[in-house]
Ligand binder design. Sequence first.
Ligand SMILES: NC(=O)c1ccc[n+]([C@@H]2O[C@H](COP(=O)([O-])OP(=O)(O)OC[C@H]3O[C@@H](n4cnc5c(N)ncnc54)[C@H](O)[C@@H]3O)[C@@H](O)[C@H]2O)c1
Length: 264
Amino acid sequence: MNSIDQLLGIRNRVAMVVGAASGYGRQSAITLAQCGAQVALIDCNEAGLRQTQSMIIAGTPDSNTEIFITDISLVDNCDRLVADVHRHFGQIDILVHTAAVLQTRLPDEVDENHWNTTLDVNLRSQFFISRGVAKIMREAGWGRIINFISTAGLSGGLPSSIIYGISKSGAIAMTKNLARQNGRFGVLVNALSPATLDTPLFRRGMDDEELKELKRQHLQINTYGRWTHPEEVAAAVLFLSSQMSSTVTGHVLRADSGAELSGF
Ligand SMILES: NC(=O)c1ccc[n+]([C@@H]2O[C@H](COP(=O)([O-])OP(=O)(O)OC[C@H]3O[C@@H](n4cnc5c(N)ncnc54)[C@H](O)[C@@H]3O)[C@@H](O)[C@H]2O)c1
């Protein structure tokens, strides 16, 4: 083991990446595999998962990955997923939960279905999967749980993303509560607020013109004046997944390239 491996403490750990078919989940899985983690690739998008797995194999041929296709909006699926990953790998050390949906609706247009879809995927799955892995990690005496949130969870979000903002604020409360309960067992729980990235979630069904305008606005007010590369956010995921973050728990890490400052 070289000194970088010792510093990270990632090699041969088992990481569950939920939302691994796209965007930040895909890049988190690639980065963790590059650093020697075994990775459970989880999503409801099978084609995307297979593409992520191929990308990992291309860059890290000796990696150990397995695909788990599931819809995490259902609690039973969340519980089954944790059991399946545990059975397959024999341990779960790291959870990176990035899967989410962003559907925009003004408060007066929100109905029960919209509320449930957003909260079930974004928040409820983060709770049930975090709770499930925390139990396994406590017994092992080591664990890292990282739930993706958004600036909308910190600022409340735009009027049309009120339910998305609520789901992400809830994840912050959950992170702090679980961090308090699990710290003495070596299990650290943090939230990560990433930078803006052009992904299916960011596009949220916009047509080409709307998308072009949103991207123009983004660059105009962006603190860095440029787009963030997914690898930059995955580096923050790596830190929180690693031994290096041993003093960090119950924290919201803004790996957002200043997005909160610019109000985007
Ligand atoms: N992209 C951004 O600009 C941005 C900004 C702030 C926060 N975030 C947060 O970062 C995280 C990742 O976002 P992204 O942009 O990489 O998204 P993305 O759209 O690229 O990927 C989201 C993944 O979640 C999966 N998913 C959705 N519903 C699911 C379900 N019911 N069951 C299983 N999988 C499901 C999708 O199939 C997809 O692969 C999210 O939590 C998001 O809220 C993103």
